[in-house]
Design a protein around this ligand. Structure first.
Ligand code: SIN
Ligand code: FE
Length: 291
């Protein structure tokens, strides 16, 4: 398998100067890894680093695009401190993306920023929700009709514990392997899901296929074990970026992570033909999103 992680050692924030090789790597589904870009919490924020900061009923702690904090426990002062820390990471993540991919800037839509204080190894969840299985990201309730999910991650573990991922094969390989076994799209079912408010808008065939790929990958134990993949440790104080709807990934261990999601219309990519929408359209031979 060709290397799926591009390590970028020397990097300086220069807005508007794009590096074509990095852009091509990102848009072909690779992870851009910046070992020396750290998000550094303030000393007084140290007390926020506890799993108890998360409301046990919530999956993650997040700050939505409007600045509303969700999923946190604790009193108002503590929640305000947490929101401010997440906000600082958000600003840094946006600056990094603006610097790396100037052409994206006008198309980007801010999605939530998350803080993940839970120990990955012992977390109990259903197979479908288990991100320790290789998968591509797809949202069951939020159809995006081909819009990209660009994500920035920073490991902020205060004890120097790495975040360990597996990164799998290219999106086209994943799609070729699983498309023959996915359930056909049903426009009627899509309408029913929308009418019942299970989805926030109508699920397109693209969204259906992405979810089917996500589920098929996670539930195939043989694939999980034998698919081409690499294991990679992201140390504390490092940052990485990928299109998580395209990069096959799984998180194996770690605790305390920041993550920023940005959505991007395919038309704003440098090479729209490299998108999952374009790849799935070519493989199926039909339009997968309504005009
Ligand atoms: C994921 O996006 O699947 C999980 C990434 C992580 O928590 O490290
Ligand atoms: Fe994921």
């Amino acid at each position: 398998m060709e290397p799926q992680i591009l390590e970028i050692l020397a990097f300086s924030l220069q807005i508007g100067i794009a590096n074509d090789a990095w852009i091509a790597a990102l848009e072909s589904g690779k992870v851009l890894y910046f070992p020396s870009i750290a998000f550094t919490p303030l000393p007084e924020e140290r007390s926020l680093f506890t799993p108890a900061i998360r409301d046990p009923k919530a999956r993650n702690i997040s700050l939505d695009a409007q600045g509303v904090l969700k999923g946190a426990s604790g009193d108002e002062v503590r929640q305000a401190a947490l929101a401010a820390m997440i906000e600082r990471f958000r600003a840094q993540a946006k600056l990094l993306i603006a610097s790396l991919f100037p052409h994206y800037t006008n198309g980007l839509r801010l999605a939530p920023t998350s803080f993940r204080p839970t120990l990955v190894e012992t977390r109990k969840q259903s197979l479908r929700a288990d991100d320790r299985q290789l998968h591509i990201d797809a949202f069951p309730s939020r159809p995006n009709r081909g819009e990209r999910l660009l994500r920035v991650f920073s490991n902020v573990n205060p004890d120097g514990i790495p975040r360990v991922w597996r990164v799998g094969e290219q999106f086209k390989e994943v799609a070729q392997r699983f498309l023959p076994q996915v359930k056909a799209y049903s426009p009627w079912q899509a309408k029913a899901l929308h009418a019942l408010h299970i989805t926030k808008s109508l699920r397109s065939e693209y969204d259906h296929l992405m979810l089917q790929l996500h589920d098929a990958m996670k539930s195939d134990a043989d694939y999980q074990k034998n698919a081409p993949q690499v294991r990679f440790s992201f140390p504390t104080g490092s940052t990485w970026v990928c299109f998580s709807d395209q990069t096959s990934h799984a998180v194996m261990s770690g605790q305390y992570l920041f993550e920023q999601t940005l959505q991007l219309p395919v038309a704003h990519q440098y090479n729209p033909d490299s998108s999952p929408l374009a790849i799935l359209t070519r493989l199926t031979g039909r339009a997968l999103v309504p005009e």
